[in-house]
Design a protein around this ligand. Structure first.
Ligand code: PLP
Length: 435
């Protein structure tokens, strides 16, 4: 028998995974742009409502184009199911809300994306979910000691945006297992081309597909991938079910038990059937198409991204106008050893560095760039640069910026797919004009 797609090489899964044209059908994934689907009898519609049919009825709950993207992401991450969402923000939100409710407690690494930090620290708190942030570099025992009887999730980012800390996945997997909670990791920066957390034992993987997955800066999107490796029947200390939303009868589905009925796809099935149904954070077919298109070249793009990033980081680390640089692929970086272990193919393509001379110097450097783009974005084929002190954080005083971890000369750089020599030449001439 021919190999199954999931057993094919990563490169093959990028190109062929999740969509195969039948004879005389389009070679590229079709964009199915219809809100609704027609049926000829009530029975077929009833099957849809009972989650007994793979077909579609209404595009808030899914469409063939979005299905294909979800399957592709699951194939690439080595998961058992995937679920797309309208953005990375909504992917992280629904991943947590699928198993947490008012009164529950979440443990999250402090070094995470600012949007996710706000989501957890402000919005989830308002919903009655208690979130506790901790230093991801703490020893295993100290992390496990943070567990409370109502702890339901352990969360971290494989490479944190923008701190660029590398998560010690093995330690986090052990901590989650000791706490009997699922480990959810946001794998946006490495992408499955560089790191597949489920292979290390993570339970749920989330993505902002807006970044490297799409890669061309066309579409906001998110995705949740399930590892199929968590037992949702675990109990609280008092013997009650810890995850009743997964393993107890669901009122809104006339008593359906998601885990019993859907097994290793239960988490994503419930995300779609309940969370996306109720919250409406659906990905559009057009965005799913564009993201799928991007994924077809993910492997080659990431290979070039990391090659360019390594060359640029090494150049910057030697430049007299550069005060400091953070890139986990550089020897001497605090996370170099963890990057070598978990990211042997490269530590993604985002770095930050300080221009000598503070805010004014940073601003002048930016103004003199010709090839690199000033954008509030990372993970794009275009080399992208941001100077937080004069843009995103400009309302803050210098003291407040430093307190928020924003060095006035800090530049965030996402290395693109141009010729490394041209990127370096542009950075060099702009840095030299600051002197
Ligand atoms: C950008 C980003 C998000 C948020 O994603 P959006 O698609 O912008 O909503 C979440 N996590 C990480 C690590 C990100 O870089």
């Amino acid at each position: 028998m021919a190999k199954q797609m999931k057993d094919m090489g990563f490169e093959t899964r990028c190109v062929h995974g999740a969509y195969k044209a039948e004879s005389a059908q389009p070679q590229n994934l079709p964009i199915v742009q219809s809100t609704t689907y027609r049926y000829y009898n009530a029975h077929d519609v009833a099957e849809l409502f009972d989650l007994e049919s793979p077909n579609h009825m209404y595009a808030r709950l899914g469409s063939p184009t979005v299905d294909a993207l979800e399957q592709k992401m699951a194939l690439l991450e080595g998961g058992t199911a995937g679920m797309a969402a309208s953005s990375g923000q909504s992917a992280n939100m629904i991943a947590v809300l699928n198993i947490c409710e008012a009164g529950d407690h979440i443990l999250s690494a402090t070094n995470i994306y600012g949007g996710t930090y706000n989501l957890f620290d402000v919005t989830l708190r308002k919903l009655g979910i208690d979130v506790e942030f901790f230093d991801q570099d703490m020893p295993l025992e100290d992390i496990v000691a943070l567990k409370k009887p109502n702890t339901k999730v352990l969360f971290g980012e494989t490479i944190a945006n923008p701190a660029l800390s590398v998560l010690d996945l093995e330690k986090f997997v052990k901590a989650a297992s000791a706490m009997e909670v699922p480990l959810i990791v946001d794998n946006t920066f490495p992408t499955p081309a560089l790191l597949r957390p489920i292979e290390w034992g993570a339970n749920i993987v989330t993505h902002s597909t807006t970044k490297f997955a799409d890669g061309h800066g066309t579409s906001i999107g998110g995705c949740v991938i399930e590892g199929g490796n968590f037992d949702w029947t675990v109990k609280n200390e008092d013997g009650s079910l810890k995850y009743p939303s997964m393993a107890a009868p669901d009122e809104s589905y006339h008593g359906l038990n998601f885990y019993e009925s859907f097994g290793d796809a239960a988490f994503c099935t419930r995300l779609k059937a309940v969370l996306v149904r109720d919250l409406g954070c659906t990905m559009s077919p057009m965005n799913a198409y564009l993201t799928h298109q991007g994924l077809q070249t993910l492997d080659v793009r990431m290979e070039r991204h990391v090659k360019n990033a390594q060359a640029v980081a090494e150049f910057l680390s030697q430049h007299p106008m550069v005060d400091w640089i953070i890139y986990p692929g550089l020897k001497g970086n605090k996370y170099y050893d963890l990057a070598q272990k978990y990211l042997p193919k490269g530590a993604s393509a985002v770095m930050s560095f300080g221009v000598k001379g503070g805010r004014e110097a940073g601003e002048k450097f930016l103004e003199n760039l010709e090839l690199c783009s000033i954008v509030v974005h990372v993970g794009d084929i275009h080399t992208s640069v941001l100077h937080p002190a004069s843009t995103t954080h400009r309302q803050l005083s210098e003291e407040a910026q430093i307190a928020a971890g924003i060095d006035p000369g800090l530049i965030r750089l996402s290395v693109g797919l141009e010729s490394a020599d041209d990127i370096i030449a542009d950075l060099d001439q702009a840095l030299n004009k600051v002197r």
